[in-house]
Design a protein around this ligand. Structure first.
Ligand code: AGP
Length: 610
């Protein structure tokens, strides 16, 4: 998704802006650009199709010197990826703007502005906003008032940063539906769509709220809310070290993040568990009252976070005996629902900024749910701020577009939540103790799986020349199979579909032949015998099986079956552990195929538009 960086300082800002854009590359983009106001009070702009490196080369050749500037990485929504459509957009040669989000009524505004004599040079919705602000500026002669007036005409989602050569000492920014954070410096201030962009220059941040508009100067940040009332937004410190966003010794962020899992799963448990029980108070002071009264759980999420929710449904119904529904946010938000009394609305999101998930939450808050709980990885994100109760995962910044450590920490948090809910619904203390002990073993078990990396790399060679693959699982391993398939398709571009193994003979078996590798996760649980029969169905059709199986499960390597033995784990925690070999498999296939592992084509890390 698009990224924004801006700076106003005593020093030249081009280096700060370029580094900020590099740090936003993980979000996915197709072009990049920058505009600064130079010492002669002129706007200087550079825009390039492709990577930030291309913009950097262009700026090396023609430096953009100045102490006030804005920059952007664009992920095309209106108009193809091209230099002309890249941000910043200008109105005339004095006003420049960068924008994240989508302006839904841009066509009407475009016609109106054309009739007013404005000329358009791009196909974007953003250029409409540039001209609209300039039109207001001509009327009121003040950038802040011009932006304030212009945004009353916009429908849709936006985070905007605007500069004007006639007012070279400040920028005006605002947000509605897209994230924007102010980085607080000493004698300089910054803005960005993600705090990670600004870590080299500050660790103090103010998160703008929906409808906020802010005037950013070197010495001062003034914020007004939607009603025009001056407001203070709390300054928070970034909690993770600045090096958490470096690859370190790893070739890709994804691999680094896979290897971080023992540590971050442990961090997500810390302070929330004793040796044998869940510390309910650690979920929030209101948690006990809330959980006592929950009769149904509605989980909403997208992508990998949705798969975490699907695993949680098995846990919640099995351990707490509470009915649980799970749905992708993009579907949920656009249909009518029947809300059961005392339903807890539970959103899961790594970023806390996913547009569909936030929209579903905002609807839910109007719709009579008991309360809204968020499981999220980014402190200060919109989801965290807008939910009644929050359980933070402790994955640290996740940079690889393919989610890995976010998923396993979400599962950890969801299992802890489930146990707390189950305690209010009659779970025996001995059972709670048994599962808590199993959770404590997970970091070590994940380490054991990581030790199989070399063997998994070897297996991955069998996928290199394949175009399709099937992933099978049963019970709570079905969502793990879905997550494995999502990983393989998003980074290796191999078509991968997941099925509950019992569904095989209802259709997908027709696809099985020697060109269709079939990947299966087989922990040693009640379903393993049934799963073995499903594997025989595949073998009988000449399919090649790749099975990640519990060493006690009795599945052996032989003709047509490659078995990777996984250390024995408790069946409740098995989804966390069995996810890891599938992540490694996808990673190695992608590396062999030479794809862009951390920034796969067409994808964005944080999907902040619909
Ligand atoms: C997974 O690898 C994806 N990149 C994607 O499916 C992601 O999980 C989804 O967009 C949801 O994001 P969120 O967790 O930040 O809400």
């Amino acid at each position: 998704m698009c990224g924004i960086v801006g700076a106003v300082s005593e020093r030249d800002v081009q280096g700060i802006l370029l580094e900020g854009l590099r740090r936003l590359e993980y979000r996915g983009y197709d072009s990049a650009g920058m505009a600064v106001i130079d010492g002669d009070h002129q706007v200087q702009r550079a825009r390039e199709l492709g990577k930030v490196a291309a913009l950097s080369d262009a700026i090396d050749a023609n430096p953009l010197d100045g102490q006030l500037g804005i920059a952007h990485t664009r992920w095309a929504t209106h108009g193809e990826p091209s230099q002309l459509n890249a941000h910043p957009h200008m109105s005339g040669d004095r006003l420049a703007i960068v924008h994240n989000g989508i302006i839904e009524n841009y066509q009407d505004l475009r016609e109106e502005l054309k009739a007013d004599g404005f000329t358009f040079t791009s196909q974007t919705d953003t250029e409409v906003v540039a001209h609209l602000i300039e039109k207001n500026y001509r009327a009121v002669g003040d950038l802040y008032d011009a932006v304030k007036a212009a945004i009353t005409r916009l429908r849709g989602a936006y985070a905007l940063a605007v500069i004007h050569a006639d007012e070279p000492d400040h920028m005006v920014v605002c947000r509605e539906g897209s994230p924007l954070v102010v980085g607080v410096g000493i004698g300089e201030n910054f803005i960005a769509s993600d705090q990670l962009a600004l870590l080299p220059v500050t660790d103090r941040f103010m998160f703008l709220e929906e409808g906020d508009i802010a005037d950013i100067r070197k010495e001062k940040v003034s914020i007004h809310d939607r009603e025009g009332t001056p407001v203070e937004r709390k300054i928070t410190r970034f909690e993770h070290g600045a090096d958490s966003v470096d690859k370190g010794e790893y070739r890709h962020f994804m691999l680094k993040e896979i290897y971080e899992q023992p540590r971050v799963v442990k961090a997500t448990m810390e302070g929330r568990l004793t040796d044998s029980s869940v510390l309910e108070q650690a979920l929030g002071t209101d948690a006990a009252d809330l959980l006592e009264n929950v009769r149904h759980v509605q989980i909403i999420a997208c992508g990998t976070s949705y798969h975490a929710g699907m695993v949680a449904r098995y846990w919640i119904e099995e351990l707490a005996g509470v009915p649980c529904s799970v749905e992708v946010a993009s579907e949920y938000r656009y249909r009518k629902h029947v809300i059961q009394p005392d339903t807890l609305f539970l959103c899961i999101s790594q970023s806390g900024e996913t547009a569909d998930t936030l929209a579903a939450l905002r609807q839910a808050k109007e719709a009579g749910f008991r309360a809204a709980l968020a499981i999220c990885n980014v402190p200060g994100s919109s989801l965290v701020r807008e939910s009644d109760l929050v359980i933070m995962t402790q994955a640290g910044p996740e940079i690889g577009v393919a989610s890995t450590k976010a998923f396993t920490t979400q599962l950890t948090a969801l299992l802890i939540f489930t146990l707390a809910l189950a305690r209010h619904n009659g779970l025996a203390p001995e059972k709670e103790a048994e599962i808590v002990k199993a959770i404590h073993l997970v970091p070590g078990q994940v380490n054991d799986v990581l030790a199989l990396d070399g063997e998994i790399e070897e297996l991955s060679k069998a996928f290199m020349d394949k175009n399709h693959s099937l992933f099978l699982g049963r019970g709570s391993q079905f969502p793990v199979a879905m997550e494995g398939a999502l990983k393989l398709k998003e980074i290796s571009y191999i078509h991968a579909e997941a099925y509950p193994a019992g569904e095989l003979k209802h259709g997908p078996l027709a696809l099985v032949d020697s060109e269709m590798p079939v990947v299966t996760v087989a922990p040693n649980n009640d379903l393993v015998e049934k799963l073995k029969s499903n594997l025989e169905e595949v073998r009988a059709r000449g399919g090649e099986l790749f099975v990640f199986a519990d060493k006690e499960a009795g599945v052996k390597s032989e003709e047509g079956i490659h078995v990777m033995q996984i250390p024995s784990v408790h069946e409740i925690t098995a989804p966390i552990v069995y996810t890891v070999p599938l992540q490694l498999l996808s990673y190695h296939v992608a590396v062999l195929k030479g794809t862009d592992v951390d920034q796969p084509r067409n994808l964005a890390k944080s999907v902040t538009v619909e």
